[in-house]
Design a protein around this ligand. Structure first.
Ligand SMILES: *Cc1c(COP(=O)(O)O)cnc(C)c1O
Length: 399
């Protein structure tokens, strides 16, 4: 099909929640590259918003899908499932969690984490502890509970009454957090680095103090690692930078390399609160998604992609900092590993993103002032050099 025909169908039949999308339709991908319906090649520095950590159509993912699809796609969790058990084991062996439950998306994993925090106190005989403190400018998903958890009014406004039980405080502000804790608080939930709102890291000191507060007050600490998890920040999990271990953390995005899967990971004493009948999912933990998740996690570990993300991230940040010297429109380059935000001091983010697109490079923008880079963890130095050159040109052309 021609691009204009596809756009016509979309405009007529698809719910218009994405507005005018970038006018392109990709037909296939390999590594960091994508090709559109006209055969034009692109470099993907957004990786499906942190999903395609291994790049596109990685042979190990493709094989895992093929092999598992030929054996068994679905059978329901009424029965034991080998890839589910194996992926749970691998996640536990490589993280601070003791048990895992699989969902189908990030929002759904967060829903499960919220339920787990509530049921944990319910079963302790403290049902009044149901409130979760989250951060302003956080992003936790689009379901009703996770929209209430998300600290951004634009996602909540049309959906009142919001689900009760959430309070929001500014990131890295301990005073505000201390003041928000009440006898109803059950947990504090945050992203180690806020992704969707423009790459805003929580400081290590803040995370350590939050952990201490949780210990002192008997609160659960939940990390939403849906974007920061699985190597993106230069360590396998974002929490490893601060050495603060959460009681519960959630994963999704990169875990399936594009096949939908989410995970709730928890310490034993917390995980125990879920007993038979307390939670469930039809698709969650199905053989196909878990076999793929296993191949993704194996590859990240075997190919040391977290370490690579650390190294390439440093290189990319250095290149971007040099660009900032040359182009004063860049006021800050921030992030960790390959989760990078470029703060601009004027409202040119969309224009710059569009210019890069025209030159065959996909990058993201957050609002009008921030560029976002989330390349696959397999990105090379040459890929980065190419992107930085194009970004340099795009910035040059602004004048
Ligand atoms: C993307 C994201 C989500 C939502 O994941 P979905 O799979 O879209 O539901 C939640 N939290 C964070 C931090 C995310 O980046």
């Amino acid at each position: 099909m021609k691009l204009n025909e596809i756009i016509e169908l979309d405009k007529k039949y698809y719910m218009n929640t994405f507005g005018n999308r970038t006018p392109v339709c990709f037909e296939y991908g390999k590594g960091i590259n994508l090709w559109d319906t006209e055969g034009r090649k692109y470099y993907d520095f957004l990786a499906g918003i942190a999903v395609n950590a291994l790049g596109h159509s990685h042979p190990k993912i493709v094989n895992a899908i093929k092999e598992q699809a030929e054996k068994l796609i679905h059978c329901s969790s009424l029965y034991y499932i080998e890839p589910q058990a194996k992926l749970a084991k691998k996640l536990v062996e490589n993280s601070c969690a003791d048990r895992v439950f699989f969902a189908n998306s990030g929002a759904e994993a967060n829903e499960g984490a919220i339920k787990l925090a509530r049921i944990y106190f319910y079963k302790k005989g403290q049902p009044e502890k149901y409130e979760i403190i989250t951060l302003i400018n956080s992003f936790h998903g689009r379901t009703l509970a996770t929209v209430a958890a998300t600290g951004q009014e634009k996602y909540q406004k049309p959906y009142h009454p919001l689900m009760p039980g959430f309070k929001h405080v500014p990131i890295n502000d301990l005073e505000a957090l201390y003041n928000a804790v009440s006898e109803n608080t059950c947990a504090i939930m945050l992203e180690p680095i806020q992704g969707e709102s423009g790459v805003h890291p929580a400081t290590d000191e803040y995370l350590k103090a939050v952990k201490k507060l949780c210990d002192d007050k008997g609160l659960l600490l939940i990390f939403d690692e849906i974007q920061t998890g699985l190597g993106r920040t230069g360590k396998l999990f974002g929490y490893q930078h601060s050495c603060v271990e959460p009681d519960i953390f959630t994963l999704a995005k990169a875990l399936g390399g594009g096949v939908p899967i989410g995970a709730i990971c928890a310490k034993e004493h917390v995980a125990q609160a879920f007993e038979p009948g307390d939670h469930g999912s039809t698709f969650g933990g199905n053989p196909l998604a878990c076999a793929v998740g296993l191949s993704v996690l194996d590859t990240i570990l075997e190919e040391k992609l977290a370490e690579k993300a650390c190294e390439m991230g440093r290189y990319l940040m250095d290149c971007l900092s040099s660009l900032a010297q040359k182009h004063p429109i860049i006021s800050e380059v921030r992030g960790k590993g390959l989760m990078i935000g470029v703060q601009l001091n004027s409202e040119k983010a969309v224009e710059i993103k569009d210019k890069c697109f025209e030159k065959g490079y996909l990058i993201g923008n957050v609002g009008k002032n921030i560029l976002r880079l989330l390349p696959p963890l397999v990105v090379s130095r040459e890929d980065i050099d190419g992107m930085v050159k194009i970004l340099d040109e795009a910035l040059e052309e602004l004048h």
